[in-house]
Design a protein around this ligand. Structure first.
Ligand code: PGA
Length: 253
């Protein structure tokens, strides 16, 4: 099923500013990725660059979108459907990133987006994560309800296409400073697996890959993967800084 050892997803967010820069970063990443042995690499650029990057036909990088709408087609001005992404050749889609939840996306909306994307045949990277850590474990109940609600429409038959990215909001975009400790990540990985096993049963629940995201860089990537018990990483800022991204990839490969 998951033949690769490590999954690295690059989330470019609303960057870079032009297609020329996007091409440049993509081609440089493609050159690096040809020498990787254990990593499956996915790049999620802004929608507007997807077709052109797809046309570069990388043999080692898969492309994904940063979001998709909850309907297949219709009168939804400005939206892009998962089916359109699939038709363009995209394989992955990120759903429920905290920066989108921040714009008002609810559990209900996200659960519909997840289902429509899975039905369209995309692999869904569902993002979850608490805003802050309190001393009483409230963040764990928050995380549980986020996972349960976001998946409440998703049956077992889609489980092979589901990936969970744990991204604590407080750790995103902090540069070198505020990443999670590997030991703390390991606890959360076990907690998320337990929830998935409760929903889908132990055999299937254990198969869902769990990623970590939040200020991952070349200095902390390896210890997060090894010590955190995750299947891979969701990398924002550092995926656009090619020399640092190369070091990051080599460190975990
Ligand atoms: P960051 O972003 O690596 O820049 O913290 C991660 C994300 O938001 O996906």
């Amino acid at each position: 099923m998951n033949k690769y050892k490590i999954l690295i997803v690059a989330n470019w967010k609303m960057n870079p500013g032009t297609i020329e820069e996007a091409n440049k970063i993509f081609l440089a990443t493609d050159r690096i990725s040809r020498n990787l042995k254990n990593i499956r690499l996915v790049i999620c650029p802004p929608y507007i660059y997807l077709s052109e990057l797809e046309a570069l036909k990388s043999r080692t990088i898969s492309l994904g979108a940063q979001d998709a709408f909850m309907e297949k087609s219709g009168s939804f001005t400005g939206e892009i459907s998962p089916n359109m992404l699939k038709a363009e050749g995209e394989k992955y889609v990120i759903i429920g990133h905290s920066e989108r939840r921040e714009l008002g996306e609810t559990h209900e909306l996200i659960s519909r987006k997840v289902l429509t994307s899975l039905r369209a045949g995309l692999k869904v990277i569902l993002c979850v994560g608490e805003r802050e850590r309190d001393g009483h474990g409230e963040y764990l109940s928050f995380l549980r309800s986020e996972i349960v609600n976001s998946l409440n429409k998703v049956g077992k038959r889609y489980i092979n296409s589901l990936i969970i990215a744990y991204e604590p909001i407080w750790a995103i975009g902090r540069g070198d400073t505020a990443s999670l400790k590997p030991g703390d990540l390991h606890e959360i990985t076990i907690f998320i697996k337990k929830i998935l096993c409760e929903i889908y049963g132990p055999r299937d629940g254990m198969t869902v890959p769990i990623l970590y995201g939040g200020s991952v860089n070349f200095k902390n990537a390896k210890e997060l993967v090894v010590g955190g018990g995750v299947k891979g990483l969701l990398v924002g800022r550092e995926s656009l800084r090619i020399e640092r991204f190369e070091k990051l990839l080599l460190s975990v490969d």
